[in-house]
Design a protein around this ligand. Sequence first.
Ligand code: NAD
Length: 247
Amino acid sequence: MARLSGKTAAITGGAGGIGGAIAQCFAGEGAKLAVLDLNGDGAADMAASLEGSGHYGGAIDVGDEASVNSAFSAAAEALGGIDILVNTAAIAGAGTVEEMPVEEWDRMFHINLRGTFLCCRAALPGMRKKKWGRIVNFASEVANRGNPGLSHYAASKAAVIAFSKCLALEAIEDGICVNTLSPGPTDTTMLSGIDPEVIAKLVNDLMPIGRLGKPEEIAAAALFLASDEAAFCVGATLNANGGAYLQ
Ligand SMILES: NC(=O)c1ccc[n+]([C@@H]2O[C@H](COP(=O)([O-])OP(=O)(O)OC[C@H]3O[C@@H](n4cnc5c(N)ncnc54)[C@H](O)[C@@H]3O)[C@@H](O)[C@H]2O)c1
């Protein structure tokens, strides 16, 4: 039997590389999807392309409270509730601490951390009513490893890990498992602005597996955390990173 049969799932950043792979994976496992993204057309296209019927695609700005609340209301109405939330929506960027404009620092936290908080808050009441839920938040291996030029991104992702641990302890009483998935460098447009030589060096220096991750490999890890099989995982961080960071 399909592992998410009868479940509904909202994926933020669902028009992106990893979010899109998760939407495809979950739909293939029988879930009904709400694909949400700042790129509303991309979200609608992704929803229309998924296996099965009854999927929903729409626009959301995860950093904006009103946008999050209205997108989650529309998604819950379209699907009949949200059992699983996967928060992949995020931005990346680069800049040393001394050169970084404060606006860039704030933007990173606004989308990556506040966005995760707002989407969790919007999805929780429905999960509590059903006494079952799964939330998969997204960090990054740089949150643990550190990397010059990524202080704002890495700090925002470390904050997502801490946030998820606290929320996990608040939510488990209602059968809601909150966990974090922390990928290593993965082949999506998030890396597309980086010089291929820099990527090759990163793989060589950092990745014992000798290659970037594939979005489908991250989706497989998300599937586990979204399923009944993750019932004993509470506030955990799953590092899917080809050995880039070991814990
Ligand atoms: N690709 C990597 O190497 C890598 C490594 C570690 C962690 N991650 C994390 O994995 C997750 C997915 O990354 P990806 O590689 O698929 O990136 P991506 O850039 O392909 O996708 C990100 C998606 O988020 C959407 N988005 C951006 N801002 C938004 C907003 N304000 N509201 C709603 N949607 C918004 C974008 O439109 C895009 O579709 C992110 O949380 C990222 O930080 C990625």
